[in-house]
Design a binder for this molecule. Structure first.
Ligand code: AHR
Length: 307
């Protein structure tokens, strides 16, 4: 059978397995581990040959990995950009090599939309907004100030920028709610613990912690307990992700609310890979379906949680 050349991708759509080069952010959180597993399992199930690279949370490693994929002439490149800015040059190189690019999980701030085919991932602004709206409901009867500290994700990353924005916009509805400190814990447990220790030293009367992911919230639990406070009671804790450890903390009453961010992007990603490789039309944006959890909802959902 003659190979059928695809003029859009410059690839041969007919012979051998599709080769996908995937540059992952790192292994910073439970979410990331679940996301990596989902991508590896889905590639194997779809018969797609996966070249996987772990960038260890460094943009320069991701740029290097993408350039390697271009050199190896992979069929499709997908990556989860550690930060939003600074991708135009390498994305142009991929476009010049006629290798289609798919953004997964996190987006980039490039103005040129022709640099990538599609973006699959969550609405991070919405996750921040849902977290803030829950807090607004909980503090409706508060007469005095409500002191909030915020553990931000990796500086410059889309989820850190967007969750901060969505949360700030939602809590603006009640002027009693004030963020007194906001700092990056890099989406890690160690980062969350260390920054929370500083927050507690500088602000003895914290009412609420908003952590941009479960792992930082879990790290913060250690700092809160060590400071002699009861998490979930003395300090209300809101996080994002809903990975198993986070859901367990919520079910145990140590967290108070989680906005879900699904890492199970693998199957949908492979479907998009297949389509862009075949030169088929794909939607410019594929949004993940998500929900939120209270303590009671976490107790009900936990037994069936896959990750
Ligand atoms: O980009 C998604 C975020 O990255 C997750 O919320 C966080 O846990 C991860 O590290």
């Amino acid at each position: 059978l003659a190979a059928c050349a695809n003029s859009d991708t410059g690839a041969d759509a007919g012979d051998g397995p599709i080769v996908l080069g995937f540059s992952q952010v790192g292994a910073e959180s439970g979410w990331r581990t679940a996301n990596t597993n989902s991508i590896k399992e889905a590639a194997a199930a779809a018969g797609i040959e996966l070249k996987f690279d772990d960038a260890q949370q460094k943009q320069e490693n991701q740029i290097k990995a993408i350039r390697n994929f271009i050199q190896q002439k992979v069929d499709v490149i997908a990556f989860s950009p550690v930060v939003e800015s600074g991708w135009d040059t390498v994305l142009k190189e991929a476009r010049d090599a006629k290798i289609p690019v798919i953004l997964t999980d996190r987006s980039v701030d490039s103005a040129d939309r022709s640099l990538y085919k599609t973006f699959i991932g969550s609405d991070f602004v919405k996750e921040g907004r849902l977290s803030g709206e829950w807090l607004i409901e909980q503090t409706r009867s508060a007469t005095g100030p409500v002191t909030i500290v915020e553990l931000q994700g990796t500086t410059g990353s889309a989820p850190a920028n967007d969750r901060k924005k969505g949360f700030a916009e939602a809590i603006a509805a009640n002027p009693n709610l004030k963020i007194v400190a906001s700092q990056s814990g890099d989406f890690t447990r160690a980062g969350g613990k260390q920054v929370m220790e500083q927050f507690l030293k500088a602000n003895p009367d914290i009412d609420v912690l908003f952590a941009h992911n479960d792992d930082m919230g879990l790290g913060a639990l250690e700092a809160i307990t060590a400071a002699g406070k009861v998490p979930g009671r003395d300090i209300t804790i809101i996080t994002i992700d809903a990975v198993k450890d986070g859901m367990q903390a919520l079910a145990d009453g140590k967290f108070n609310f989680i906005a879900e961010c699904s890492p199970l992007l693998g199957d949908q990603l492979m479907e998009l890979v297949r389509k862009v490789h075949a030169g088929e039309e794909v939607p410019a944006r594929v949004e993940t379906q998500e929900t939120t959890f209270t303590q009671e909802q976490a107790r009900a959902a936990l037994p069936n949680r896959r990750y």
